[in-house]
Design a protein around this ligand. Structure first.
Ligand code: GRF
Length: 215
């Protein structure tokens, strides 16, 4: 059974979606631990309610990013994960950390990468008059939000959308669907990373898979 360690910082909507996918057998995996850098994160209650071991590693308790990431790695590696899943984790991870987990570190980003890496993706997409917006599940590399994209989903931007309304729709219509689906591919042994490209069912993905095109 594939073992996951999930890193969160806040609400945990993506965490909850993954928990539910495990509970109803859409995702054959074991969540070995939820690790959080924010002791007040609501997502910690979601993990505890699901009976998942939790660990707070508060970045403010460490003198540097390196010592914080060394503590993170110690807790993560003690769980022997097959995959490390960033789910609303809001700290930038250094190259040593990323190299250590290369090929088994995933993230979800609320935009149609490579468009809108970084923060405030919804506000920027609206300001640019985009027709479509969405979210991407990708492998994490040293290039922040620049790793190879596995699966995307999109939603049409609507008149009257605000960043908050758009963010909620992207979370509800896209994020909570694409993360469990991409993780299920990994759990079924279908997903990998070769060099800086995604491999799915033995073939290099030239373009990310699109949720709306999946059966
Ligand atoms: C989500 O928009 C996710 O894409 C981003 O953080 C936001 C909050 O995620 N990485 P969650 O509710 O904590 O899962």
């Amino acid at each position: 059974m594939m073992r996951l360690v999930i890193l969160i910082s806040g609400t945990g909507r993506n965490l909850q979606a993954i928990i539910e996918a495990v509970e109803d057998s859409r995702l054959r995996a074991e969540i070995a631990a939820v690790i959080c850098n924010n002791p007040a994160a609501p997502g910690l209650q979601l993990a505890e309610r699901a009976g998942i071991p939790t660990q707070v590693v508060d970045h403010r308790a460490y003198p540097s990013r390196d010592t914080f990431e060394a503590a993170l790695r110690e807790h993560i590696d003690s769980c022997s994960p097959d995959l490390v899943v960033l789910a609303g984790f809001m700290r930038i991870l250094g190259s040593g950390f990323v190299q250590h987990y290369r090929g088994r570190l995933l993230n979800i980003h609320p935009s149609l990468l490579p468009r809108y890496p970084g923060l405030d993706t919804h506000g920027r997409a609206l300001a640019n008059g985009e027709r479509w917006h969405g979210a991407s599940v990708h492998y994490v590399t040293e290039d922040v939000d620049g790793g190879p994209v596995i699966l995307q989903g999109r939603t049409a931007i609507q008149p009257g959308d605000t960043p908050e309304k758009l963010a909620e729709r992207v979370l509800r219509e896209v994020e909570v669907k694409i993360y469990p689906r991409a993780l299920a591919w990994a759990a079924e042994g279908r997903l990998g990373m070769q060099g800086s490209q995604v491999v799915l069912d033995g073939r290099i993905l030239e373009q990310p898979e699109q949720l709306e095109q999946l059966t």
